[in-house]
Design a protein around this ligand. Structure first.
Ligand SMILES: *Cc1c(COP(=O)(O)O)cnc(C)c1O
Length: 364
């Protein structure tokens, strides 16, 4: 009989860099006006909801999903207008695709490069897979600092570069020519993350095939399917077939495949909702700009970043008034006193603006 081994603790076993991470925090939002997560606030038309209900009732949920999601991929190709010869790979949200990409290129010492401030998952996922993360600061107006970015690419030789286009949490669309220069200079892959494509005036989808190292990633989360968890990456088959080996076989379930296909058949409904969110954004931008002490940043997404004195207290004041937005103060230094609000319905936005004015007045 062997002696009992001493109990192992997480501290001994778990990698140091994982112990140092903070789990992605999702705050409680029950009974709040929820403007913190870039969700589409609109319900689907009743007829479409009835159609989905019928399909779900008949779905073969006792069976594994189609591992290749053939129907859904075809539907995605149809609405996305991919250039000839380009393929797609699906993910359980685009977060999963970021992870697949990072896993695939995570050789010892390999670098994942992005800009800052940007989407926090790039850095987190680099840590998950043991890559070195390099974040190049954006200019003060949140545009790309092209010289600094090209210098970092030259110095670090990143295996992969992520650029959110439009950027989150700043909302702006980077200069397309600067992005092209980065794609041309990068020795590895460049992933243009178009999570907010439905609200933006430009896309790199038409550029696919012109650069060997370009992939374009999108999610349907911000267009109205956040609950389904579905994203995709488009690009040359020679890249995607490698990523496909790392993808867990049934990463997109029967119900998400079915419901997403139906929604894409009614893509016009979703695009009309996106259009109404864009016009709400214009109104919200005007209301923020008219408010003394508030500096709002231009947005091509379904949210607006703004700066206000005592941001954390303003954020708390909004919460007390039943409006949940995102507090970015205290995170990245470039985001001091910054808050981010998702564009909601006309009614939600009006209540947000009133609550914001009241919160600011109370602190004055
Ligand atoms: C929201 C977001 C994603 C991830 O969305 P999923 O819900 O995981 O598909 C990816 N990139 C950016 C920039 C985002 O803002």
């Amino acid at each position: 009989m062997s002696a009992a081994s001493p109990a192992v603790t997480p501290n001994q076993l778990i990698r140091k860099e994982i112990q140092a991470l903070h789990a992605y925090h999702v705050p409680p939002s029950a009974d709040m006006i929820k403007l913190d997560a870039m969700e589409n606030p609109h319900l689907l038309p009743q007829a479409l909801r009835d159609e989905i209900a019928r399909q779900v009732a008949n779905a073969a949920i006792n069976r594994y999903p189609d591992a290749g999601a053939h129907q859904l991929k075809q539907d995605i190709r149809k609405v996305t207008q991919l250039p000839e010869g380009m393929d797609v790979l699906l993910g359980n949200g685009s977060d999963e695709i970021i992870q697949l990409l990072a896993m695939a290129v995570a050789k010892p010492g390999a670098v994942l490069l992005s800009v800052e401030p940007s989407f926090v998952m790039y850095k987190m996922i680099a840590t998950f897979v043991g890559m070195r993360y390099v974040g190049v600061p954006l200019a003060e107006d949140f545009s790309l600092d092209l010289d600094a970015t090209l210098a970092a690419i030259e110095r670090e030789r990143p295996a992969i570069v992520f650029l959110a286009y439009p950027n989150n949490p700043t909302g702006n669309l980077f200069d397309a020519e600067a992005v092209r220069r980065i794609i041309e200079a990068a020795p590895g892959l460049v992933v243009v993350d178009e999570a907010y494509y439905a609200f933006a005036s430009d896309s790199f989808i038409p550029q696919l095939g012109k650069y060997d190292n370009l992939l374009v990633m999108r999610t349907y989360s911000k267009l109205g399917m956040a609950g389904l968890r579905l994203g995709f990456i488009a690009g040359d088959k020679t890249w995607l077939e490698q990523l496909d080996k790392l993808r867990l076989p049934y990463n997109v379930g029967v119900l998400p495949q079915l419901v997403a296909s139906t929604l894409l058949a009614h893509h016009d409904v979703l695009l009309a909702q996106a259009e109404s969110i864009r016009s709400e954004r214009t109104k919200m931008m005007a209301a923020l700009n008219a408010m003394a002490g508030v500096q709002a940043y231009p947005s091509e997404a379904n949210f607006i970043l703004f700066r206000v004195a005592k941001a954390t207290q303003v954020f708390e004041g909004l919460k007390q008034r039943g409006v949940l937005i995102k507090n970015l103060n205290g995170g990245h230094p470039a985001l001091t006193d910054c808050l981010r609000v998702t564009v909601g319905t006309q009614d939600e936005d009006a209540r947000f603006i009133t609550a914001l004015q009241d919160s600011i007045n109370q602190l004055a």
